[in-house]
Design a binder for this molecule. Sequence first.
Ligand SMILES: *Cc1c(COP(=O)(O)O)cnc(C)c1O
Length: 236
Amino acid sequence: MSVAENIEGIRQRIKAACERAGRDPAGVQLMGVSKTQPIELIQEAVDAGLNLFGENKIQEAKIKIPQCPHSARFHFIGHIQTNKAKDAARLFEMVHGVDSLRLAEELNKRADNEARDLKYLVEVNVAGESSKFGYSPESLLNDIGALADLPRLELHGLMTIPPYTTDPKRSRPLFRRLVELRDACEQKLGVPLGELSMGMSGDFEIAIEEGATIVRVGTAIFGPRKYRNPKADSDA
Ligand SMILES: *Cc1c(COP(=O)(O)O)cnc(C)c1O
C-alpha cells in the first residue's frame, strides 16, 4: 500500500469513528508521525493532502523540516530537554510534550527571544507509569494556573501516551481520564482547552470516540520506522 492509500484508509476510519461518536470529522486533525521517515515519504503524504506532521527528535527535525514543503506544519511530540528548548521554540508550530513548569518557563523564555508565541499541550501520565514522562493529574492541577499565565506560551490542551498494549480497548479508560482532567483544568482556569492529542496507529478510533482532536498516526501511514541505530528512539 502506498502512503496515499494508507492516508485515505485512515481518513475513512476517522470518519466512521466520528459517525459512531456523533462528532464532526472536521474536529479531528490527522497528524502523520514522520519520525525516522525520509523526506520523500513526507512529500508523498503532502501530495495526498496531509499537512500536519509530528517529529520527536530535535536533531532530526532540524535537518528535515527545512527540506520539507512549506505547506507542511510540524508539531514536536517527544520529550524536550531544557537545553533543546531553543530549537523547539524555533522549529515547531506546537509542542505536545510539556511536562513541567520549569520546561514551560524555559520554552516561554526561548519563544520570547524568537519574538514569537508558541502553542503547546501538556503531557499527562494518566496511567501513572514510572517509566513515562508527563505530569501526574494532581501536580497538573497544582501548576495549571502558572502554566496558563506564561505570556509567550499558548496552552491549547492536553496529550497522553497510554502504556503499550496489544488490546487497544485498554486505552479507553485512560483517554476518558484525560478528558476528565481537561474538564477540571478548564473549570479551574475558566477558559476552554480545546485540544486533546491522543490515539496512535493502534487505538486512534477509540481515542476519537472518547474525544480526541489530534490523532498521531505513524506506522499505519508510513510503515515501519527506519531507525539508523537501535538507541535512536531514547535519545532526544
Ligand atoms: C511514535 C509516536 C507516535 C506514532 O506511533 P504509531 O504507533 O507508529 O502510530 C505517536 N505519538 C508519539 C508521542 C510517538 O512518539
